[in-house]
Design a binder for this molecule. Structure first.
Ligand code: F6P
Length: 546
């Protein structure tokens, strides 16, 4: 039982926190010459420095104890073994199988899932290569050069983030586009740029029932058919889905369907057929490298002990802030323009997975679960929300993701970028006392009065935590490792909080209400009852749109 009757390790952590919450990180650094060594892990091309967090040996050992008490090692093994750990939907959780390069079987209900996964990968390989080589062409025989992914949530964010992150690897004559939002602007702006003869539409939807995706797909289908006729559909539309029946109903030949399965959650699906646009853009070999990177992280996660396990450590540090410091927010800042969409991707991964308030034993939780995640690319965000992170009243634990080498080494750009990334974590940790500010102002000849007037404004409390993750370069392999690392971090936190990280019932209620309101906006139905505000808003908007 986890919850009100707190576990032993949890209670111990509450105690540790009482004695630790005033501790300053700069003192911890000053008093421990081995701190960086102790709190840095290198794994292949990735270095994770978590030394600038409010931790010491005592804190970490209490956190590891919590992980042991929660049976994290056993729970990791359960996921990898194909156990149906998504209990509310009675499904296994096997995104790790999608990138299982070990040649070993993984069983669900006594059946090895690897043959079907490998067969689909082979299909992705053949199709993506045929498109890239101009063997699979449009209906008029022209090479397909513009690939449009129509999908939303997990059927958009992963492919969008990964193709953007790997922009450097795109084939020269291929352009990728993404239509996700139901706002007509989304498809209009994309379609305006395209030639139907050279466009391939990928309809990506696990369920094939998502209103945004199906509406966008219908609009694109009409655009294509108006230009080239009905016969064009089979050469310009493919589907990525688990739902053959709905794909056929929509009018896409199921020969053009690439399958995945219910043991792949939407937000964990970029490694499956949902990654088709990635494979077309960067080539199957590179797509495979991404799977290999993720697989390397999977092995690290499965086989490392808790004390050397990157996703486990990051998860535990997150729990430390979330549940003991009561800091329920968290930022991810990639210092790489190609990774600019990583925070949006992680928002779904983290917040849709762990934004839950009912435990696995069917009880409302009485402790905080998933934090609010936000972020953006550095250095841009230094000029927007970083003021708050440095001097605001909210503490925001921050992950800095820092590729050492850029794909575009232009003059001193990369050194300036790197210097800024490292300076952020240093400034957050050290801060600047009023005395230091005074000395500096005095040295530059400022008057006593001026110093007194400004020293508080110019000082920084410091002791603000961050973790720095250095990668050699953003290549497919390293990206795979990085994403898998965050997936597993989210998993561990969900397990500590005893929640199901793999369902998402929270998105259902408003979907149902939207369909009621839609019928009212369309004048089909006026009988639904709403609160006064909603009724008035419907009336007001209908009036404007008359
Ligand atoms: O936002 C809810 C959700 O179900 C996500 O979990 C999913 O990634 C997204 O909608 C899209 O679903 P589908 O791939 O079935 O269209």
């Amino acid at each position: 039982m986890f919850g009100k009757a707190r576990t032993k390790a949890w209670k111990h952590l509450e105690n540790v926190y009482k004695h630790f919450n005033e501790v300053q990180m700069k003192d911890l650094f000053a008093n421990d010459a081995k701190r960086v060594e102790k709190y840095t892990i290198q794994f292949e091309n990735m270095l994770v420095d978590f030394s600038k967090n409010r931790i010491d040996e005592n804190v970490m050992s209490a956190l590891y104890e919590l992980a042991r008490e929660r049976g994290i090692k056993e729970q990791i093994s359960e996921m990898f073994s194909g156990k149906k750990i998504n209990t509310t939907e009675n499904r296994a959780v096997l995104h790790i199988a999608l990138r299982n390069r070990s040649g070993k079987p993984i069983y669900v209900d006594g059946r090895d899932v690897m043959p079907q996964i490998n067969a689909t990968l082979e299909k992705i390989k053949n199709f993506s290569e045929a498109v890239r080589l101009g063997i699979f062409t449009g209906c008029t025989g022209k090479k397909l050069t513009d690939i449009v992914n129509i999908g939303i949530g997990g059927s958009d964010l992963g492919p969008f983030m990964a193709t953007s992150a790997l922009r450097h690897y795109w084939a020269k004559d291929i352009r990728c586009h993404f239509i996700s939002n139901i706002d007509g602007t989304s498809c209009t702006e994309v379609l305006n740029k395209l030639n139907p003869e050279t466009t391939l539409f990928i309809v990506a939807s696990k369920t094939f029932t998502t209103i945004e995706t199906l509406t966008n797909a219908k609009t694109c289908r009409k655009w294509l058919v108006d230009a080239l006729g009905e016969y064009a559909v089979s050469k310009h539309f493919i589907a990525l889905s688990t739902n053959k029946e709905e794909v056929a109903k929509f009018g896409i030949n199921t020969d053009n369907m690439f399958e995945f399965w219910d043991f792949v959650g939407g937000r964990y699906s970029m490694w499956s057929a949902i990654g088709m646009i990635i494979a077309i853009a960067i080539g199957y070999k590179n797509f495979e490298r991404m799977l290999e990177g993720a697989h390397a992280m999977d092995n690290h996660f499965l086989n490392s002990d808790l004390e050397h396990n990157i996703p486990v450590i990051l998860a535990l540090i997150g729990i430390w802030y979330n549940n003991f410091y009561n800091i329920h927010r968290y930022a991810v800042i990639p210092y790489d323009q190609y990774l600019q969409y990583l925070p949006s991707y992680l928002q779904q991964l983290d917040m849709e997975s762990n934004g839950k308030s009912v435990s696995l034993d069917n009880k409302y939780v009485d402790y905080a679960t998933g934090p609010v995640l936000f972020g953006g690319a550095g250095t841009n965000v230094q000029h927007s929300f970083f003021q708050l992170i440095h001097q605001g009243t909210e503490i925001v634990p921050t992950d800095f993701i820092v590729p050492a080498i850029s794909h575009n080494e232009v003059g001193a750009h990369q050194q300036i970028l790197l210097a800024n990334a490292l300076a952020q974590s240093e400034a957050l940790m050290y801060g600047k006392t009023e005395e230091e500010v005074s000395e500096e102002m005095e040295a530059s000849g400022k008057s006593k009065a001026e110093i007194n007037r400004l020293k508080k404004y110019k000082s920084f409390s410091g002791n603000r935590p961050s973790t720095t993750i250095v990668l050699r370069k953003i290549d497919p392999y390293n990206l795979g490792m990085l994403i898998a690392m965050y997936e597993h971090k989210v998993f561990v936190q969900g397990k500590i909080w005893n929640i199901n990280s793999f369902d998402q019932f929270g998105v259902e209620l408003s979907k149902k209400l939207a369909s009621n309101i839609l019928s009212e906006l369309q004048g089909v139905n006026t009988s639904n009852s709403h609160d006064g505000s909603t009724t008035n808003l419907i009336k007001y908007i209908k009036n404007i749109r008359k």
